[in-house]
Design a protein around this ligand. Sequence first.
Ligand SMILES: *Cc1c(COP(=O)(O)O)cnc(C)c1O
Length: 418
Amino acid sequence: MEHMFHKTRLFTPGPTPLLPAAQFAMAAADLHHRTPEFRALYQRVLEQLRTFVGSTNDVVLLTSSGTGAMEASIANLTSPGDRVLVLTAGKFGERWTGLAKAFGCQPDVVSAPYGQTLPLEAAQAALRSDTRLVLMQATETSTGVRHNVQAVAEMLRAAGSDALLVVDAITGLGTTHLDMDAWGIDVLIGGSQKAVMIPPGLAYLAVSERAWKRMETTKNPRYYFDLRKERKVAAKGESAYTPGVALIAALGAAFDYIAAQADGDLAKGRVALVENAETCAAMMRAAVPALGMRLFAPEAPAAAVTAVMPPEGVDSGIIVKQLKARFGTIVANGQGEMKGQLFRVAHLGFFDPLDTLAVIGALEQVTVDALPPSKFQLGDALAAAQRVFAERSRALDKAASNDSSKISVGAVPAGVGR
Ligand SMILES: *Cc1c(COP(=O)(O)O)cnc(C)c1O
């Protein structure tokens, strides 16, 4: 072991690194949930959440992992026998099929191979007059792919479909621009352990009026995840059951931090958060070929996470293990049958470009002995990432100075020598 001293760093796409201010807020949140103090906190956080999601629709906050909000969407919006269209290209897309079946729905499934994005024409062809829901991901965390939500929404509108569009944006929120109201998304789902920098345990959904209306007639069972009940009590600053009080305090602190990146404007702070993830992801993508590796999803890469295929003949598990053993750096292996074929490096939430340089530097050390010196030298991948950072910084600065009302990207403090 060459290092006697390790600093643990998470580069996993959920849970992600925790924001210190959110951890302090959690520690201080010694409140009862049926008090005016909690009601004030809850109402404030729900309002921030609506701004963060970027919609005028009502949002519902659930104390559960992200899958709870996915289940809530199916339980509240379907009746047994309903046909639903699942657009899937990975493990999280497959979760929609499993959930739909668990609630007695008939899923029609349109899939793309892992690493690719959804085939729109096939989706259109599979849409039926009785399709009740269309289910998809904004970003497929298992493969590092970004799907085109806007195109699916437009396709549904052009087809005059009554189907509600339900989008799992659990790693999409805070990493990709999503305009729920303008595009006509009916349910947009997020989760706490992803871009909002707090621990797992909260899930949230923004719900369109069309979707609220649908719930009046649907028949599937729901109790804990009864969205209409939550909406009703949320109007009074309450939740139906004991909420994750400490996590809600943490979420408020995280939104304050995101807003502070853009002079207190949370909507602009979200844009900065997305651009920051885009910068880190672009740096990572530039480093990958310089490491003698390949991108698993080169066509439609997500900013949330980059999936990387190791050099030919190397099990990705070895890289995952070595990064942990030598540098305390935790990246995610492939999920399911992708285990061993790829590893995933996250960019969503509390990461900045210096974190990305750190993980690239660790990857260089881990792979240097596996590749011939003619193919790879220490510093090649870092240099590629540095060039991308410099280019993007210049472009973002230029955009900001052309429009002084635009965001200044928090992760790139002005005046840093470049
Ligand atoms: C993390 C994640 C989920 C939710 O997983 P939980 O473990 O239930 O929080 C769902 N969809 C996507 C795309 C995710 O990345």
